[in-house]
Design a protein. Structure first.
Length: 241
């Protein structure tokens, strides 16, 4: 799998850098298309690694050309591939938009999300939850900021995902949206499923889910991509992720 076209479904914040993931063009019996998570050989991805020759940072719904040299599965992160982002910078081929984006999201839902959420045998999936609620919170004194999402998926119970507090969202665009919704004066914002749909004017809402690297003996569930139909707009401040 040297040069690959990758549909980017996650561009995320990490304390030590960023993370990205998406679909290749290769079919997969469970996820529809094969997931990949580009990683570096000896360090974490940085924004510069996912910036093209023109200085544009890769975004969700971009179809980009990446150099993926070899697999580096690290269960449950079976989707990891070593990427060369120095000599082969990401190259934007096109954007997935409009009806094509809507169709792609609807037709590539994971057939076994329990593999990620419960069994932890792999680490990436795309779902369309039955209900989604959201929380944004900021600690003005310490400057800490969190975006969280809770959701229900018919037939699947995940204690943290089903809780009112939900699980962390690392999606750069969603985090930027939450900062805008909080504004300067508000420190918390809780949105029920109905309120969230109304704010977004959403017909459908999809979530890309991922498992963190091991921490305190666990792999923590994260929302790594929030995909709304029709899409929403938000301006990302890359100095304040």
């Amino acid at each position: 799998m040297p040069i690959q076209e990758v549909l980017v479904l996650a561009m995320t914040y990490m304390r030590s850098g960023i993370c990205t993931a998406g679909f290749t063009t290769q079919p997969d019996p469970v996820s529809g298309l094969r997931w990949v998570r580009p990683v570096k050989e000896h360090s974490n991805l940085r924004l510069a690694d996912m910036t093209d020759a023109a200085g544009r940072v890769v975004q969700c719904d971009d179809v980009v050309e990446l150099e993926l040299s070899k697999p580096r599965p690290d269960p449950p992160h079976t989707e990891d591939w070593i990427a060369d982002c120095i000599y082969h910078r990401p190259r934007l081929l096109r954007r997935l938009e409009g009806d094509k984006r809507t169709e792609c999201l609807a037709t590539h839902l994971d057939r076994a999300p329990e593999d990620v959420l419960l069994r932890e045998t792999r680490s990436l999936c795309l779902i369309r939850p039955d209900l989604v609620w959201a929380r944004f919170e900021r600690n003005g004194d310490q400057g800490d900021y969190q975006a969280r999402i809770g959701f229900q998926l018919l037939g699947l119970q995940h204690e943290r995902a089903n809780s009112l507090r939900g699980v962390p969202v690392t999606d750069l665009k969603w985090r930027a949206l939450g900062r805008a919704w909080l504004g300067k004066d508000r420190d918390t914002l809780d949105l029920s499923a109905i309120e969230l749909v109304e704010r977004l004017q959403a017909r459908h809402l999809y979530l890309a889910l991922g498992l963190s690297r091991g921490y305190q003996g666990e792999y923590w569930l994260l929302v790594i991509g929030v995909h709304v139909v029709p899409d929403y707009t938000a301006t990302i401040d890359y100095k304040k992720l």
